[in-house]
Design a protein around this ligand. Structure first.
Ligand SMILES: Cc1cc2nc3c(=O)[nH]c(=O)nc-3n(C[C@H](O)[C@H](O)[C@H](O)COP(=O)(O)O)c2cc1C
Length: 361
């Protein structure tokens, strides 16, 4: 049975040796200029040696105005390339594959961190953080598209095997697709198609700029968990259109920082029934797309992982917090362990560097 989790899968031009993805995880360990540090190289070495098929980097901001938290890594300047190259070399030497998650924080980039005003599709205040963003001009929308394209070219130069567009969790691309945060009535808002247009433009321009067949994935919000926010009736057709436009894989997630609780990283996942909390959305999306569906969110036990793949709910299982606690979890599962030890307490969020408080140092 477990063989299915250790069977390879093709994503675009990449062959992933097993069905495990490390979901993008901001580690809060880069230096003040967003450059990679020794601590990050060590962290990724452990993950890659731990047998994960595909590692997705933490949040790499495409422009200084898009930095959302301290210690995030930048990809907005060629000065970032040498550090990122050391990271990808380390991962490749240990036999794993790595994608760069490229992001702009939009209104979730706090002014004191992003060095000025937060920008967003519309000037809608974030009621949780009290950030009041400024509405982007049309020219700024074009600039953002270019920042994502330039970041993809840098990712390729730095040796990444793919990029992942972060269009989840309320960051800028997620703000564009959401009717809650995008109230524009120009070419970039109004209908669901116009709200998502920025993503299709980025995808098209990456295809033109990057070396042929460079895989592009997306982490997509299926539901914002906010009144008037994005929901499955709009995210499902969006997933279908992305698939048709040639996206190589879709990782589905949900929630925004403004939403109650932490819908993207739910707590107390202590029984199989609580696991895979976005499963109901995967069940609707998977049958109508051709590209692989990556499912994230509270996946913890071999039983649930196997079930998800066997029943055709997802092609790949993706985890974040379990790998903070046990970077070698995949090897342990292969040897017979039946679930990760992570208790989903969210105490791993640590602005001085992610760490699991339940692991002895
Ligand atoms: C410390 C921490 C950092 C995270 N950083 C990112 C990030 O940079 N990009 C992203 O898309 N999601 C990020 N997430 C969300 C995870 O990728 C994932 O979607 C979520 O934690 C649910 O998966 P899990 O139950 O396996 O942890 C982060 C989560 C945690 C706990």
């Amino acid at each position: 049975m477990k063989d299915i989790l250790f069977s390879p899968i093709q994503i675009g031009t990449l062959e992933i040796p097993n069905r495990f993805v490390r979901s993008a995880t901001n580690d809060y360990m880069a230096d003040n200029d967003g450059c990679i540090t020794r601590r990050q190289i060590e962290l990724y070495r452990h993950l890659a040696e731990g047998g994960i098929g595909l590692i997705i980097s933490g949040f790499l901001y495409v422009h200084p105005t898009g930095k959302a938290s301290p210690g995030q890594t930048g990809i907005y300047s060629d000065d970032h390339i040498p550090g990122l190259r050391s990271l990808t070399d380390t991962v490749h030497k240990a036999g794993s594959i790595i994608a760069a998650q490229i992001v702009h924080g939009g209104r979730q980039a706090r002014p004191r961190i992003c060095g000025g005003e937060a920008i967003a599709p519309s000037a809608v205040e974030d009621t949780r953080t009290k950030v009041q963003p400024r509405e982007m001009s049309r020219g700024e929308v074009e600039s953002v598209i270019q920042w994502f394209v330039d970041a993809s070219v840098r990712a390729q130069k730095a040796g990444f095997d793919a990029v992942q567009l972060h269009a989840a969790h309320g960051y800028l691309l997620s703000q564009f697709i959401s009717p809650h945060t995008n109230r524009r009535d120009d070419d970039w808002g109004g209908t669901a198609e116009k709200r998502s247009r920025i993503i299709f433009e980025i995808l098209r321009k990456i295809r033109e700029a990057a070396v042929q067949d460079f895989p592009v994935f997306i982490k997509l919000n299926v539901k914002d968990f906010l009144p008037g926010g994005l929901d499955i009736h709009e995210s499902l057709p969006l997933a279908v259109s992305l698939d048709k436009a040639g996206i190589d894989a879709i990782e589905i997630s949900g929630g925004m920082v403004e939403a109650e609780g932490t819908p993207m990283a739910q707590t107390d996942i202590l029984s199989p029934e609580r696991e895979a909390y976005f499963r109901m959305f995967a069940e609707q999306i998977k049958p109508v797309i051709r590209c692989p569906l990556i499912l994230v969110g509270g996946i913890r036990s071999v039983k649930v992982m196997e079930q998800l793949i066997q029943e055709g709910t997802a092609d790949i299982v993706s985890m974040c917090r379990p790998f903070i606690r046990e970077p070698d979890l995949v090897l342990q599962l292969q040897k017979g362990k039946d679930k990760g030890d992570c208790i989903s307490c969210n105490k791993c969020f640590n602005p001085r560097g992610i760490r699991c408080p339940h692991v002895e140092k």
